[in-house]
Write a protein that binds this ligand. Structure first.
Ligand code: RP5
Length: 161
Protein backbone atom coordinates (compact mmCIF):
# COMPACT_ATOMS: atom_id res chain seq x y z
CA UNK A 1 0.00 0.00 0.00
CA UNK A 2 1.20 3.53 -0.70
CA UNK A 3 2.07 5.67 2.35
CA UNK A 4 0.58 8.95 3.56
CA UNK A 5 2.92 11.85 4.29
CA UNK A 6 1.79 14.20 7.05
CA UNK A 7 3.80 17.40 6.70
CA UNK A 8 3.44 20.37 9.05
CA UNK A 9 4.81 23.89 8.97
CA UNK A 10 6.06 23.78 12.54
CA UNK A 11 6.32 21.36 15.43
CA UNK A 12 3.70 23.57 17.10
CA UNK A 13 1.23 21.98 14.61
CA UNK A 14 1.98 18.48 15.94
CA UNK A 15 -0.92 18.21 18.46
CA UNK A 16 -3.36 18.85 15.58
CA UNK A 17 -1.56 16.52 13.16
CA UNK A 18 -1.57 13.68 15.68
CA UNK A 19 -5.33 13.40 15.13
CA UNK A 20 -4.70 12.56 11.46
CA UNK A 21 -2.04 10.05 12.49
CA UNK A 22 -4.43 8.39 14.96
CA UNK A 23 -7.02 7.77 12.24
CA UNK A 24 -4.41 6.38 9.84
CA UNK A 25 -3.04 4.09 12.56
CA UNK A 26 -6.57 2.86 13.37
CA UNK A 27 -7.11 2.05 9.69
CA UNK A 28 -3.72 0.35 9.32
CA UNK A 29 -2.50 2.87 6.75
CA UNK A 30 1.27 3.50 6.77
CA UNK A 31 2.30 7.13 7.31
CA UNK A 32 5.29 9.31 8.13
CA UNK A 33 5.41 12.78 9.73
CA UNK A 34 7.66 15.69 8.79
CA UNK A 35 8.21 19.32 9.79
CA UNK A 36 8.74 21.31 6.57
CA UNK A 37 7.90 24.96 6.07
CA UNK A 38 6.86 26.64 2.84
CA UNK A 39 8.43 29.87 4.14
CA UNK A 40 11.29 28.80 6.42
CA UNK A 41 12.54 25.78 4.39
CA UNK A 42 11.10 26.37 0.90
CA UNK A 43 13.75 24.34 -0.94
CA UNK A 44 13.35 21.27 1.26
CA UNK A 45 9.54 21.52 1.07
CA UNK A 46 9.66 21.65 -2.74
CA UNK A 47 12.11 18.76 -2.87
CA UNK A 48 9.85 16.66 -0.63
CA UNK A 49 6.84 17.25 -2.86
CA UNK A 50 8.79 16.50 -6.03
CA UNK A 51 10.12 13.18 -4.68
CA UNK A 52 6.98 12.04 -2.82
CA UNK A 53 5.56 9.80 -5.53
CA UNK A 54 8.78 7.94 -6.15
CA UNK A 55 9.30 7.61 -2.38
CA UNK A 56 6.11 5.54 -2.24
CA UNK A 57 3.59 8.11 -1.05
CA UNK A 58 0.02 8.14 -2.38
CA UNK A 59 -1.40 11.16 -0.56
CA UNK A 60 0.12 14.19 1.17
CA UNK A 61 -1.58 15.82 4.16
CA UNK A 62 -0.19 19.30 4.80
CA UNK A 63 -1.00 21.30 7.95
CA UNK A 64 -0.06 24.91 8.58
CA UNK A 65 -1.28 27.98 10.43
CA UNK A 66 -1.21 31.75 9.81
CA UNK A 67 -0.32 32.57 6.14
CA UNK A 68 -0.58 28.86 5.44
CA UNK A 69 1.09 28.06 2.13
CA UNK A 70 2.45 24.59 2.84
CA UNK A 71 -0.42 22.62 1.27
CA UNK A 72 -0.28 24.80 -1.83
CA UNK A 73 3.48 24.43 -2.02
CA UNK A 74 3.11 20.65 -1.82
CA UNK A 75 0.43 20.65 -4.52
CA UNK A 76 2.64 22.81 -6.74
CA UNK A 77 5.33 20.13 -6.71
CA UNK A 78 3.35 16.93 -7.27
CA UNK A 79 0.26 15.47 -8.91
CA UNK A 80 -0.40 13.32 -5.83
CA UNK A 81 -3.61 14.39 -4.07
CA UNK A 82 -2.92 16.96 -1.34
CA UNK A 83 -5.18 17.48 1.66
CA UNK A 84 -4.76 20.77 3.50
CA UNK A 85 -5.39 21.30 7.20
CA UNK A 86 -5.67 24.95 8.26
CA UNK A 87 -4.35 25.15 11.83
CA UNK A 88 -5.95 27.50 14.38
CA UNK A 89 -3.77 30.13 16.02
CA UNK A 90 -2.66 33.73 15.87
CA UNK A 91 -4.82 36.84 15.92
CA UNK A 92 -7.30 35.42 13.39
CA UNK A 93 -7.49 31.99 15.01
CA UNK A 94 -7.24 29.94 11.82
CA UNK A 95 -9.42 31.97 9.47
CA UNK A 96 -6.23 33.23 7.80
CA UNK A 97 -4.95 29.67 7.41
CA UNK A 98 -8.31 28.46 6.10
CA UNK A 99 -8.41 31.06 3.35
CA UNK A 100 -4.72 30.64 2.49
CA UNK A 101 -5.18 26.88 2.17
CA UNK A 102 -8.54 26.66 0.41
CA UNK A 103 -8.28 29.47 -2.15
CA UNK A 104 -6.03 27.69 -4.62
CA UNK A 105 -5.77 28.77 -8.24
CA UNK A 106 -7.31 26.56 -10.94
CA UNK A 107 -5.03 23.68 -11.88
CA UNK A 108 -3.37 23.20 -8.47
CA UNK A 109 -6.07 21.73 -6.21
CA UNK A 110 -5.86 21.28 -2.44
CA UNK A 111 -8.69 19.37 -0.73
CA UNK A 112 -9.10 21.49 2.38
CA UNK A 113 -10.68 20.20 5.59
CA UNK A 114 -12.04 22.30 8.47
CA UNK A 115 -9.82 24.39 10.73
CA UNK A 116 -7.97 21.79 12.87
CA UNK A 117 -9.94 19.09 10.96
CA UNK A 118 -7.05 16.66 11.08
CA UNK A 119 -9.09 13.55 11.86
CA UNK A 120 -11.08 14.04 8.66
CA UNK A 121 -7.83 14.61 6.76
CA UNK A 122 -6.61 11.20 7.93
CA UNK A 123 -9.88 9.51 7.01
CA UNK A 124 -10.01 11.22 3.61
CA UNK A 125 -6.44 10.15 2.85
CA UNK A 126 -7.43 6.56 3.65
CA UNK A 127 -10.51 6.85 1.44
CA UNK A 128 -8.34 7.98 -1.46
CA UNK A 129 -6.01 5.01 -1.01
CA UNK A 130 -9.01 2.69 -0.62
CA UNK A 131 -10.21 3.31 -4.19
CA UNK A 132 -8.01 0.39 -5.28
CA UNK A 133 -7.92 -1.51 -1.98
CA UNK A 134 -10.91 -3.66 -0.92
CA UNK A 135 -9.50 -4.48 2.52
CA UNK A 136 -9.03 -0.82 3.39
CA UNK A 137 -12.51 -0.13 2.03
CA UNK A 138 -13.86 -2.75 4.47
CA UNK A 139 -11.99 -1.12 7.39
CA UNK A 140 -13.45 2.27 6.45
CA UNK A 141 -16.95 0.78 6.24
CA UNK A 142 -16.46 -0.79 9.70
CA UNK A 143 -15.42 2.61 11.07
CA UNK A 144 -18.63 4.15 9.71
CA UNK A 145 -20.64 1.32 11.25
CA UNK A 146 -19.03 1.84 14.69
CA UNK A 147 -19.76 5.55 14.46
CA UNK A 148 -23.40 4.91 13.59
CA UNK A 149 -23.73 2.44 16.48
CA UNK A 150 -22.27 4.99 18.91
CA UNK A 151 -24.88 7.57 17.86
CA UNK A 152 -27.70 5.04 18.13
CA UNK A 153 -26.54 4.06 21.64
CA UNK A 154 -26.48 7.73 22.70
CA UNK A 155 -29.99 8.16 21.37
CA UNK A 156 -31.19 5.03 23.18
CA UNK A 157 -29.74 6.36 26.48
CA UNK A 158 -31.42 9.71 25.96
CA UNK A 159 -34.77 8.01 25.37
CA UNK A 160 -34.46 6.19 28.73
CA UNK A 161 -34.20 9.50 30.68
C1 RP5 B 1 3.08 28.28 10.45
O1 RP5 B 1 3.22 29.21 11.44
C2 RP5 B 1 3.12 26.94 11.12
O2 RP5 B 1 2.43 25.99 10.38
C3 RP5 B 1 2.48 27.21 12.47
O3 RP5 B 1 1.10 26.87 12.45
C4 RP5 B 1 2.64 28.72 12.62
C5 RP5 B 1 3.47 29.11 13.81
O4 RP5 B 1 4.73 28.47 13.75
P1 RP5 B 1 5.74 28.55 14.97
O5 RP5 B 1 6.06 30.00 15.14
O6 RP5 B 1 5.01 27.96 16.15
O7 RP5 B 1 6.93 27.72 14.57
O8 RP5 B 1 4.07 28.39 9.49
Amino acid sequence: MRKVAIVMGSDSDLPVCEKAAEQLAKLNVPYTMHVLSAHRTPLQAAEFAQNARKEGYGVIIAAAGLAAHLAGAMAAGTVLPVIGIPVAGGALNGLDALLSTVQMPTGIPVATVAINGAANAGILAAEILAVHDDELTARLAALRERQAQAVLEKNAKLQQK
